[in-house]
Structure formats: C-alpha cells, structure tokens
Design a protein around this ligand. Structure first.
Ligand code: SAM
Length: 278
C-alpha cells in the first residue's frame, strides 16, 4: 500500500456500512490516527481486522502537534488511516489541520468515502435538498443558540445542525422563536434499530418529543424561508409599493395579502398609508 494519509469513513450505527475499500485500507494501514483508541480498536475487532498496528490519538487539542508526528511517519514510508469515532472524519471531527500539513509537506492523501450523518439525515427528512448548509453543533447556551439561529435565519437553504437528545426541546423552542412555523426535522439513531425521522412544525415536533423524550444522537434540520415570507431583507411593504405603482389598490392588496399570507385588512391599511405618502 502506498505511503500516505487515507481518510476513511466508518459506520454511524450499522457495522455493515463501511465500504470494502474502507475495510481493506484499515487492514493494510500501518498506523491508525483516531479520536479514541478504545472505540477504534473495538471497531477494528468487530470488522475482523488485526490490532497489530500503531494507534495515535488525534483530537482538537493536539492536532497540530500530532500532525507533524504523522507526517514524519508518512515520509518514513507508512500508510496512515485517519478515522473518527463514527462517520466521516473532518465533519465536526478532527482532521482538517492534518490535511493542511499533508498539503504543505507534499505527501499523498486521499479519501475513502462513506457514512456522513448530516447527508443521511437530509436524505430522510423530506426537506429541500437542492441547497443546504451544515452549521455544525448547536451551542448549549441559550443566548448563543438564539444568536446562531438569528444569524442563519434568512439563508435560502435547508439548515442542518448536529444536536444531542437532552437539548432538543430547548432547541425546538428557540427555533420556533426565530424561524417561526417553518418545517423542521429531527433524524435520530440513523442506521440503528430505533432509527426515526420526524418532520413537522416546531409545535408538532415538541409535542411528539414531550410525550416521549428522545434518546440518542440526532441531526436537526430547518427548511429554507419561503420565498414570499417577509424577512428583514424582503419586506412586504417594498413589494406592495412596487405593485401599487402599476396596479389598482384593490388588486395590489389582494395579490400581496395572498402571496405574503397576510390579512387583507393589514395590507389594505399599509396600502392606504403608502398611497398617502406618494
Ligand atoms: N463526523 C461524523 C459524521 O458527520 O458522520 C459526525 C461526528 S459528530 C462528533 C457526532 C454527531 O453526529 C452526533 O452528535 C449527532 O449529531 C450526529 N450523528 C452521528 N451519528 C448519528 C446517527 N446514527 N444518527 C443521528 N445523528 C448522528
């Protein structure tokens, strides 16, 4: 096997979800760079792979330091497999600094693709998939959580976050406050026996989870803002102003109230005000 770094995806629940190439690479690698040696040794044993290899831990706090050690090993002719506890390395997991070191040192590196929790969740959710944004873990502090949601609120894409079960009710409450009634989804225990993906309004999801508190790992998703939903950047008044310039007041009010899902009376009052200003 050629010396270099091999980024290998591992299963996120079902042991079968690793590619034959992934297994072959783990078998042949001289060194396994991983987050937790106990978890990785257990995985390799379950896959029937011998443990006569060097295991080196790599996490957020020691990545820069360990990277030079790993580069030296690669330059010495070794094949290093980088794995996470589960899923795709580098995605909310360590590794990107190591890749930068590989680039700088000019050593060979490649990826052996496979499971990634955020992609599996998006596939299950039934929310738009044409444009999405992964925003990592949701902060645990109330203010930081709300600030993050507010920052992302107007982005025209499905938002995807990693979350844990004990925090989901707080997350749904904050999401309802910031995103309103947009459709949301929670995918949990993906590829495991109790896999579940619920999609609905924040109220429906809260009701479901309040009745039966969820367990396990989960991915939280929020559908994009509807095109006609008034937002800071897309105010209905602006649209109304444009309509009033070309249409009779009655028609403009009817069309704007329908497309922005606002009461006719509210739009009518605004239209009168705008007409007065003109
Ligand atoms: N790098 C991994 C990946 O993207 O595949 C994710 C690692 S991150 C440290 C762990 C988070 O991924 C969990 O807290 C959860 O949000 C999500 N996750 C991992 N496995 C999952 C599963 N089976 N079902 C739902 N979410 C999962």
């Amino acid at each position: 096997m050629k010396n270099g770094l091999y980024i290998v995806a591992t299963p996120i629940g079902n042991l079968q979800d690793i590619s034959p190439r992934g297994i072959q690479t783990l078998k042949e690698a001289d060194v396994i760079a991983c987050e937790d040696t106990r978890i990785s040794k257990k995985l390799l044993s379950l896959l029937g792979i011998g443990l006569q290899k060097t295991f080196i831990t790599l996490h957020d706090h020691n990545e820069a330091e360990q990277a030079s050690k790993l580069i030296d090993l690669i330059k010495d002719g070794k094949a290093v497999a980088l794995i996470s506890d589960a899923g795709s390395p580098l995605i909310s997991d360590p590794g990107y600094k190591l890749i930068n070191h590989c680039r700088a040192a000019g050593v060979y590196f490649t990826v052996i693709p496979g499971c990634c929790a955020l992609i599996c969740a998006l596939q299950l959710a039934g929310l738009p998939t044409d444009r999405f944004m992964f925003a990592g873990f949701i902060p645990n502090k109330d203010k930081a959580r709300k600030d993050l949601f507010t920052e992302l609120k107007d982005i025209p894409a499905t938002l995807i976050f990693y979350e844990t079960a004990p925090r989901i009710l707080k997350t749904l409450a904050a999401a309802a406050e910031v995103f309103g009634n947009r459709r949301m989804a929670v995918a949990r225990e993906i590829t495991k026996v109790y896999e579940q993906c619920l999609t609905g309004t924040p109220f429906e999801l809260t009701e479901a989870f309040a009745a039966q508190p969820p367990k396990g790992e989960m991915v939280f998703m929020v559908s994009p803002p509807e095109k006609n939903t008034p937002t800071a950047t897309q105010d209905f008044e602006e649209a109304l102003r444009r309509k009033l310039a070309t249409q009779p007041l009655k028609t403009a009010v009817k069309e704007i109230s329908e497309s922005f899902k606002l009461s006719r009376n509210e739009v009518y009052q605004t239209a009168l005000r705008i007409k007065d200003e003109i």
